[in-house]
Design a binder for this molecule. Structure first.
Ligand code: GLN
Length: 455
């Protein structure tokens, strides 16, 4: 009740939620109370969790931030949602996002913008901006986001909370509405690294209903951190961190971001982490390759929203083709239409090899860069975004500038690696700044330990 009251007080201004399921949350909270009183022990019993509105929830509308799905109510829960419920969590509501997760500021939502709780004139980042803002404003206890090219880590960074993108395949995506299937991953947005580890223990694991879900054991992330806690002074000793030289010389890197990064780097050094310089030579091409691959996959995934099977249909059409056209041009926002057009073009006969084919070759080279780097170090560290949160409206008319802000985050997705964002300081204007830690595939533990070392 307290949390719902807080949402009612704050959220008309912040706009972090699209749907608050007050009745459902109260019902499951009452049930959790009874189970707690009966002595039941479950990892998340009674914990209020917010979900990015791209995850299907049975009986609760799932909009993907799009007018085309404004009234779509799924008949099933995504696997992660079911797992959370089975662990006793109370699902409090569905958070705002850039339409179909396409964006870096949550300004592309089909419903409303979300404001950054630290400064209401600034964006919260995106696309999981609603989840990060809800977390930062204390309107949930933990949240889930999705990360295709930084959408968990960048909003976490801009809102001063922790965000973790797990290894590709670690978390089932059954019931997640697809954006770019070879890149999408679900992960936690939390107050601190310990909560992220706790959520990871719950949400990771093989799911036969997602053919890309990896059949690997889930380590006990929580106890990895707890054992570390007993011996905090020495347990990062021997860890090697690589700093990509191409990242640090990126044009437009804000001096406050650089200073906060360097301070945090020293904190890790003081705990025994050895720093080395590494090279990720494809960095310059990562944004271009990502913005071919992601829209290409999106153009294929979004073909299903045709006005026949799901959601909105324009009823003033004269025939079938006219109905497709009107439904898609009214139902999808400008950014989504831009991506569908770019993606369809990149995949079309005659252009496929020049665009999509070439982008996938860059992607393989990015993967190789990382495999080489991880022969020399255990983790790679960098800023999360080149600047702190920017002003609302500042980049809306300039998609290219917006895309370039993803430079530090999207290579991780291209290589399928895990990445963590932890708060590491503030800008001179008082906006939070995040620190990024990346690791090799299925190697989240050193990344969580180093993140914990920074807290
Ligand atoms: N900003 C990136 C994009 O617009 C990443 C989004 C995401 O990770 N979902 O595609």
């Amino acid at each position: 009740d307290e949390l719902l009251g807080r949402i009612e007080r704050l959220d008309s201004d912040l706009g972090a939620y699209i749907t608050v399921d007050a009745e459902g949350a109260k019902r499951s909270a009452r049930e959790a109370d009874k189970r707690i009183a009966a002595g039941e022990r479950l990892p998340l019993l009674g914990i209020p969790i917010a979900l990015k509105d791209l995850l299907c929830t049975r009986g609760v509308r799932t909009t993907c931030g799009s007018k085309i799905l404004e009234n779509f109510v799924p008949e099933y829960d995504a696997t992660v949602v079911k797992i959370l419920k089975d662990a006793g969590a109370v699902i409090i509501g569905k958070t705002n996002l850039d339409e179909f997760a396409m964006g870096s500021s949550t300004e592309n939502s089909g419903f409303h913008i979300t404001r950054n709780p630290w400064n209401r004139d600034c964006v919260p980042g995106g696309s999981s901006g609603g989840s990060a803002a809800a977390m930062a404003a204390g309107m949930c206890t933990a949240a889930l986001g999705t990360d295709t090219g930084g959408s968990i880590r960048q909003p976490a960074s801009h809102c001063g909370v922790v965000g973790l993108k797990p290894t590709y395949g670690r978390v089932s995506r059954f019931g997640l509405v697809s954006y770019a299937s070879s890149l999408d991953q679900i992960g936690p947005i939390t107050r601190d690294v310990t909560d992220a580890a706790l959520l990871m223990n719950v949400i990771c694991g093989h799911d036969p209903r997602d053919s890309t879900s990896a059949d690997v054991d889930t380590p006990d992330f929580m106890s990895a951190i707890q054992s570390f806690d007993q011996d905090k002074s020495s347990s990062l000793k021997g860890m090697k961190a690589g700093i990509p030289k191409e990242f640090m010389s990126v044009k437009g890197l804000d001096p406050d971001v650089e200073a906060a990064f360097n301070n945090a780097r020293k904190v890790l050094e003081d705990q025994g982490v050895e720093m080395i310089e590494i090279s990720l030579p494809q960095t310059d091409y990562a944004v271009a390759a990502y913005y071919v691959i992601a829209p290409s996959e999106a153009s294929s995934n979004l073909a299903r929203f045709d006005g026949v099977r799901y959601g909105f249909r324009d009823r003033n059409a004269s025939d079938l083709i006219d109905m497709y056209k009107k439904t898609k041009s009214r139902g999808f926002g400008a950014e989504v239409q831009r991506r569908i057009i770019t993606g369809t073009y990149a995949l079309s006969a005659g252009y496929y090899d020049a665009y999509y084919g070439r982008a996938t070759r860059v992607r393989s080279m990015i993967r190789e860069d990382f495999s080489k780097a991880f022969k020399e170090c255990d983790i790679i560290i960098s800023p999360v975004a080149p600047t702190p949160a920017f002003r609302i409206g500042e980049n809306v008319d300039d998609p290219l500038t917006m895309y370039l802000t993803d430079i530090f985050t999207l290579s991780t997705n291209m290589a399928g690696l895990p990445g963590l964002s932890v708060p590491c300081g503030f800008s001179s204007e008082g906006l939070p700044i995040g620190f990024q830690i990346m690791a090799d595939r299925f190697n989240e533990i050193p990344l969580l330990k180093a993140g914990y070392g920074l807290e």
